[in-house]
Design a protein around this ligand. Sequence first.
Ligand SMILES: Cc1cc2nc3c(=O)[nH]c(=O)nc-3n(C[C@H](O)[C@H](O)[C@H](O)COP(=O)(O)O)c2cc1C
Length: 316
Amino acid sequence: MPSKDDICVVDLSIQLAPQHPKGLVLANPVMTASGTFGYGVEYSELVDIQRLGAVVCKGTTLLPRQGNPQPRLVETSHGLLNSVGLENIGVDAVVKDKAPIWASWRVPVIVNIVGESKSEYVEIATRLEGVAGVSGIELNISCPNVAAGGLEFGVDPRLAAEVTAGVKAVTSLPIVVKLSPNVTDVVEIALAVEGAGADALCLINTVKGLAIDINKHKNHLRAISGGLSGPAIKPIALRMVCDVAKAVHIPVIGCGGISCASNALEFIVGGASAIQVGTATLTNPRAALDILEGIEHLMRERAIENLTELIGVART
Ligand SMILES: Cc1cc2nc3c(=O)[nH]c(=O)nc-3n(C[C@H](O)[C@H](O)[C@H](O)COP(=O)(O)O)c2cc1C
């Protein structure tokens, strides 16, 4: 007797960049979140990464960076506070050492990039242009703009649009802009970067936070404040994803505290076309695949043949 799971064939594929001439089709909506999955290579022996929708690599800067001094990670109630500070190998090493490996993979790899000025973002994107193995660029705009006195790109609609347009002008790759939650009106920023040519949006990055050790009378993190992630931020992320998905006409990727398939479906029915799994991977390297299998199972159980039928159905 075939089980119900065998009878219903489900189509999980999604188009992440419908307005881009090349498009970016993912086999399924489950992606890894930047900074929590290395360059994918580190996980390739632990999990079947080729089954993922996409891998997003660690934030890549123009030059290699050592990141912040330790301690730079602390667990909080239902969350994780980090001040890793963008430790990474730099764009040239990504192009030379990682991209050739990615080029042999079926799963698309999106390179998360971050700069301290518009020209740095533009330079990184230029160096990634035409590199085999790179399927897209994710712009992390939660970074201080040195030229604007340290104001983060992601908190100012004009700066966010400028950096998006600057990168768009030098790349033929689809661009995902990853928004910061540390703003008053995320919809305003989303509309600004959509207008500047973003092909998709990802939200949210970490929420600014701080933790104090009452025994040592000191901050837990050497850098003092950090970025909060994990289940504690899920309702914040979900609210922002729902608000933005209603306002824009490009796909939205939901990210923030997703640790099981029902969490992922909350984002999808709220309007996300895809989701990213971050902190959950740090405790369970298989988290993203477990979530993928869970989504597939739930769809079969409910006889939903196409994931696109679910996107945004909870929108009011
Ligand atoms: C240790 C750590 C490092 C991160 N590094 C980056 C990064 O380099 N670039 C980026 O855009 N986001 C980075 N993030 C943010 C995640 O990609 C994600 O947006 C955030 O953690 C919320 O998702 P989560 O709750 O599923 O972890 C990092 C998060 C963590 C926990």
